[in-house]
Structure formats: structure tokens, C-alpha cells
Design a binder for this molecule. Structure first.
Ligand code: 13P
Length: 267
């Protein structure tokens, strides 16, 4: 049996005061929950604040991004070692927003401006390897755009992203990696992917991993679903055999809704 994970990706929300209040709310509600790993991923500026708040609970800390080098002239970047020193044990890598693959965005968000978010398959692969080498658990995000789904390319896009992310990774490390299937069109839109379809794509991801490193390692890996996960759709999602938990944006910003998701996964 794989232990489920419920990870809250707070994205660019919460100053330190708000982060402390939210983290304390989560600790009060589900700080000692068994049978589900709970991960909070606040913005980098709030990592140490949240680390302090979750002390003594079972909740774990994750970052939303990292750079692959250990140190040096990389203005604005953070290394795995720095994240570890803040108390992180997880790191999200290659979120579609960091890859510049947004769903609906404002009209003035031009291609040029999107390049500020620069992750590619190659950078995701480097970050993944650096995270593993440092002992951080990577949560690698993959998922198709609505245009790609409509063109019947979902399976090819997701499989290619998984293969590229895992390129050159030791087979024995595969069970230590978490992959999150996040269809871009379902992120922040309220339009959740149908549970059976999410299950099918998560199963496809596990098959691709199995082809790379063997079925038993793929069976041990956690595959999450992300995209408009809410208390009213979690039961159907978590009941799917290939879905081992959620990567949650909006519903992780309120302690009570996030706690409801954790409790559903821990059942
Ligand atoms: P929402 O839950 O707000 O759709 O965000 C999902 C997500 O991108 C989590 O990483």
C-alpha cells in the first residue's frame, strides 16, 4: 500500500503573518494525522516561518522550486541545500506555471513575458537530479494544455514529459520521486478532470515509469492529481486506484478545506 500525500501549493500567496496563521490552522486540524503525508509548500519567503509553526507535528515542508547548482552567481535562485536548511523535505519541480504553460491568463501576458517562467524539460531533469542527490523528495509536475488535449495529444505530451524528467535517473531512485499529473486546463479554473480520466492518465504515468525502471519500482511511486481539487470532489478522486493523493492550490489556502482533503486521503 502506498501512503497518500496531500500537498498544499500555496503559490504566490501569504506574507509571513498570513503563512503563520494558515500553518497553525493546519497543524491544529490535522497536525497528528496518520496514514497520509501532509506537505505545506509556502512561498520561499515563508519557509522558515512555516517550519517553526509545524515543529512537533507530522506535517512536512516543501518548496515550490529550486535551482540545480549548489551555490554561485545565480541571482534570485535557491539551492537544494538552502531549502534543506529551512527545513524542507519536499520540493515541487516543473509546475506548469514555472514552465510558462498557464491556462487562462491576462491578455497582456505575452509570450515574451511568459519567458520569465523558464522551466523546460531539460531544466526539470537537472532540478530533479539535484533534488534527489541532496535528499529532497521531488514532486515533479506534468500535464497537457487544453489545446493539446483537444488535439488528442494528452498521452504523448504526458509520457514525453515524464521520460524527459526522469532521463538518466537511477532506477533505484524512482520510488523516491513523486509525480503530479496536473492538466493545465484544470488548474485554478474550478474545472476538475473527470476522476476516471485522471486515474487513466496517472496509470499511464505509472506505466511509463515501469517501462523505464521496472513495474515494482513504479508500483512503489506515488502519483498525485492536481487541478481544482476541492472537498466536494476529493472522495471520488482519492478512491481511484492510481491516484495517491493531491497537489492542491486554491483549496490549500484555507485550513478547514485543506484539512478536509487530508482527512479524505487518510481514510
Ligand atoms: P488549484 O487547486 O488552485 O487548481 O491549483 C492546482 C495546482 O496548480 C497545484 O499545484
Amino acid at each position: 500500500m502506498r501512503t497518500p500525500i496531500m500537498a498544499g501549493n500555496w503559490k504566490m500567496n501569504c506574507d509571513n503573518e498570513e503563512a503563520a496563521a494558515l500553518a497553525k490552522g493546519v497543524v491544529d486540524a490535522v497536525g497528528q494525522v496518520a496514514d497520509c503525508q501532509v506537505v505545506l509548500c509556502p512561498p520561499a519567503t515563508a519557509l522558515t516561518t512555516v517550519a517553526e509553526c509545524i515543529k512537533g507535528s507530522k506535517i512536512q515542508l516543501g518548496a515550490q522550486n529550486m535551482f540545480w547548482e549548489e551555490k554561485g552567481a545565480f541571482t534570485g535562485e535557491l539551492s537544494a541545500k538552502m531549502l534543506l536548511s529551512c527545513g524542507c523535505s519536499f520540493v515541487i519541480i516543473g509546475h506548469s506555471e514555472r514552465r510558462g504553460r498557464f491556462g487562462a491568463v491576462a491578455e497582456d501576458f505575452t509570450e515574451e513575458l511568459r519567458r520569465v517562467f523558464g522551466d523546460t524539460d531539460a531544466s526539470v531533469n537537472r532540478k530533479l537530479k539535484a533534488a534527489l542527490a541532496a535528499g529532497l523528495t521531488p514532486i515533479v509536475c506534468v500535464g497537457e494544455l487544453i489545446s493539446e488535449r483537444q488535439a488528442g495529444m494528452t498521452d504523448a505530451i504526458v509520457s514525453d514529459q515524464v521520460r524527459a524528467a526522469l532521463d538518466g535517473v537511477e532506477a533505484d531512485a524512482l520510488p523516491d520521486i513523486v509525480i503530479a499529473y496536473e492538466p493545465v486546463w484544470a488548474i485554478g479554473t474550478g474545472e476538475v478532470c473527470d476522476a476516471q480520466e485522471a486515474n487513466r492518465v496517472c496509470g499511464l504515468i505509472r506505466k511509463v515509469v515501469g517501462d523505464i525502471g521496472g513495474a515494482s519500482r513504479a508500483e512503489a511511486m506515488r502519483v498525485l492529481y492536481g487541478g481544482s481539487v476541492k472537498p466536494d470532489n476529493i472522495d471520488e478522486l482519492i478512491a481511484q486506484p492510481e491516484i495517491d493523493g493531491g497537489l492542491v492550490g486554491g483549496a490549500s489556502l484555507k485550513a478547514d478545506s485543506f484539512a478536509a482533503l487530508v482527512n479524505a486521503a487518510a481514510k
